[in-house]
Write a protein that binds this ligand. Structure first.
Ligand SMILES: [Zn+2]
Length: 58
């Protein structure tokens, strides 16, 4: 796994969210975090199926 921002090495690690923990990738250089949900959304976007969750209120 390479960082999408700086192309450095990413490590697979455990993170703690507000309700539960999740596993994801973290860049050792810039600290970018990519988890399974982000990867799945990115995959959907690449296939042209953008999930309708990006509505910004404010
Ligand atoms: Zn990075």
């Amino acid at each position: 796994m390479k960082c999408l921002r700086c192309s450095s090495v990413m490590t697979y690690d455990k993170f703690y969210g507000p309700h539960e923990y999740f596993w994801g990738w973290k860049c050792v250089i810039c600290g970018e975090i990519v988890d399974q949900v982000i990867l799945e959304n990115r995959e959907l976007i690449r296939m042209g199926r953008v999930p309708n969750t990006r509505s910004r209120k404010r």
